[in-house]
Design a protein around this ligand. Structure first.
Ligand SMILES: *[C@@H]1O[C@H](CO)[C@@H](O)[C@H](O)[C@H]1NC(C)=O
Ligand SMILES: *[C@@H]1O[C@H](CO)[C@@H](O)[C@H](O)[C@H]1NC(C)=O
Ligand SMILES: *[C@@H]1O[C@H](CO)[C@@H](O)[C@H](O)[C@H]1NC(C)=O
Ligand SMILES: *[C@@H]1O[C@H](CO)[C@@H](O)[C@H](O)[C@H]1NC(C)=O
Ligand SMILES: *[C@@H]1O[C@H](CO)[C@@H](O)[C@H](O)[C@H]1NC(C)=O
Length: 176
C-alpha cells in the first residue's frame, strides 16, 4: 500500500485528479461503552446540492486517555460491504508523537486531520470534534491518490482505549 500511494503521489497525481467524485451518503457512529464515550452528535448535513458536510462530537468521560488505537478498514460494497485493500491498526499516541513514521496513516490523517481538534500529542483530555468535513475537501485529497474502482465504499474506523473497543465510526461514500 505504501508503495502504491507513493507512486501515485509522486508520478500520477495529475492523471487521477477528477476521475472520481466522492459523495458522502451516510454515517454510523456507535458507542460500545457509554461509560467511556457517547456521541453528542454525528450527522451529515446538506447545505445545498454541492455542499454537504460531516460533523461529529464525541464526549469522553474517562480522561485523560493515554492509550488508544484506531483500526481503519475500507469496505467495498459488493454483496454487502466487504473489507477491501487493507486493514491497519495504528497506535494513536505513537502516531501523534511521530506521524512521519506512519506514512499511510499520515496520509489519511491529512485528509481530515485539520477538521479535528486532535492536533496534539497524548494525553487526550477533552471531547473529540470533527467539524464540517466536506466531500469537496475529501475529493481534492483522495481522488488524486487512491487507485480504486468507482462504486460504493465505507471507511470503517474502530476506536480502542486500553485495548478495549469503545466505538466505531463508519462513513459511507460513493465514488463516481
Ligand atoms: C452501525 O454500526 C454498528 C456497529 O458496527 C452496527 O452494530 C449497527 O447495526 C449499525 N447501524 C446501522 C443502522 O447500520
Ligand atoms: C453552497 O453553499 C456553500 C456554503 O454556504 C456556498 O459557498 C456555495 O456557493 C453554495 N453553492 C451553491 C451551488 O449554491
Ligand atoms: C482487521 O484485522 C483484524 C486482525 O486481523 C481482525 O480482527 C478484524 O476483524 C479485521 N477487520 C475487518 C473489518 O475485517
Ligand atoms: C488545536 O485546535 C484547537 C481547536 O481548533 C485550537 O484552539 C488550538 O490552538 C490548536 N492547538 C494547536 C497546538 O495547534
Ligand atoms: C487505562 O489504563 C490506565 C493504566 O492502567 C488507567 O489509569 C486508565 O484509567 C485506563 N483507562 C480506561 C479508559 O480504561
Amino acid at each position: 500500500v505504501i508503495s502504491i500511494l507513493n507512486i501515485y503521489f509522486t508520478n500520477n497525481n495529475e492523471c487521477l485528479i477528477g476521475l472520481f467524485r466522492v459523495e458522502f451518503t451516510n454515517v454510523n457512529c456507535t458507542s460500545f461503552d457509554r461509560d467511556f464515550c457517547n456521541f453528542e452528535y454525528c450527522h451529515l448535513k446538506s447545505v445545498n446540492r454541492s455542499y454537504k458536510y460531516l460533523s461529529i462530537k464525541v464526549n469522553l468521560y474517562e480522561v485523560p486517555v493515554n492509550n488508544f488505537k484506531i483500526n481503519l478498514t475500507p469496505l467495498l460494497r459488493l454483496n454487502g460491504y466487504k473489507p477491501f485493500l487493507y486493514n491497519v491498526t495504528v497506535d494513536g499516541c505513537k502516531f501523534l508523537k511521530n506521524p512521519k513514521s506512519y506514512p499511510v496513516s499520515s496520509y489519511l490523517f491529512n485528509v481530515f486531520g485539520s477538521f479535528t481538534n486532535i492536533n496534539h500529542t497524548c494525553p487526550i483530555d477533552h471531547d473529540l470534534i470533527l467539524d464540517k468535513l466536506s466531500a469537496q475537501f475529501v475529493n481534492h485529497q483522495l481522488t488524486a491518490v487512491l487507485p480504486v474502482p468507482e462504486g460504493k465504499y465505507a471507511l470503517q474506523t474502530s476506536w480502542f482505549a486500553n485495548n478495549t473497543i469503545r466505538a466505531t465510526v463508519t462513513a459511507f461514500v460513493t465514488l463516481s
